[in-house]
Design a protein around this ligand. Structure first.
Ligand code: ADP
Ligand code: 5GP
Length: 242
């Protein structure tokens, strides 16, 4: 697909961040901007489940809502699970350069809106992008977000993956076979990621995912240096003059 562009994430205002923190926002008062977590997995590994549960556990974390040409599953809501659009609309959006990344996955188009993502990050919240390995590679190669954290979710085995996909009962048999066929190709990409989490027991996987997100919030790259300088008056030589 065409229409993939680099993006400049707006600088965040330190004071705005501190206010967010007081409201139980995403980070310590030193946080300089919203963090980006890119999560991929073969279909059925549990990415959606993990994403839903982690959002209940961590404040100030949101999932970006992708655009897709896939038909909604039972219970999926337009604008909440995905923005469901036609292939024609998708191609038009791609042509206008509205997608930060986009890919054809299991026979449908999927893409991340640059504008939507930037507006969440500009609000200072952390964002999870649930995208496939092609999309993750596009973001890595173009590096519009150098501080992004790449996380790969593995099922405990291919057998379990098959069982989960079948038990979910959301796809016809042909889609299940296609998704299983594509699984190995996606798993082969795992070395592109910073973290690999095996989703065997859900609680364990959630704990690890939470640990990765919380650790990143305290990473040096996210320190708001202006806030540290101001708060501790670092430009002055003597803090407590005699
Ligand atoms: P994905 O979004 O990666 O395609 P889902 O989150 O839809 O996968 O999970 C696929 C199926 O497996 C769902 O029915 C879900 O309830 C189930 N599932 C997810 N994680 C686990 C787990 N750790 N143990 C058992 N079942 C799980
Ligand atoms: P599903 O149809 O099961 O919801 O998703 C199928 C695949 O599409 C998953 O691997 C999911 O991560 C991926 N996907 C969802 N949204 C996007 C997106 O915006 N971009 C890309 N590249 N992949 C996406």
């Amino acid at each position: 697909m065409s229409g993939i562009h680099n993006a400049d994430v707006p600088e965040q205002a330190g004071d705005q961040e501190m206010e967010k923190d007081r409201q139980g926002g995403p980070a310590s008062s030193m946080k300089a901007g919203g963090g980006l977590f890119i999560i991929s997995a073969p279909s059925g590994a549990g990415k959606t489940t993990l994403g839903r549960e982690i959002m209940k556990m961590i404040k100030g974390l949101r999932e970006s809502v992708s655009y897709t040409t896939r038909k909604p599953r039972a219970g999926e809501r337009d604008g909440a699970d995905y923005n469901f659009i036609s292939r024609e609309e998708f191609v038009l959006m791609a042509g206008r350069g509205e997608f930060l990344e986009s890919a054809e996955v299991h026979g449908n188009y999927y893409g991340t809106s640059r504008k939507d993502l930037e507006s969440i990050l500009a609000g200072g919240e952390d964002v999870i992008l649930d995208i496939d390995t092609q999309g993750a590679r596009q973001l890595k190669t173009k590096a519009p977000f150098p501080g992004a954290v790449y996380i790969f979710i593995l099922p405990p085995s291919l057998d379990v993956l098959r069982q989960r996909l079948t038990a979910r009962n959301t796809e016809g048999e042909a889609q299940v076979v296609l998704r299983l066929q594509n699984a190995l190709g996606e798993i082969r990409e795992y070395e592109m990621y910073d973290y690999v989490i095996v989703n065997d027991r859900l609680d364990d996987a959630l704990e690890r995912l939470k640990a990765v997100i919380m650790a990143d919030r305290s990473a040096l790259k996210r320190v708001d240096r202006a806030w540290v300088n101001k708060n501790f008056n670092l430009s002055k030589k003597e803090v407590f003059p005699e």
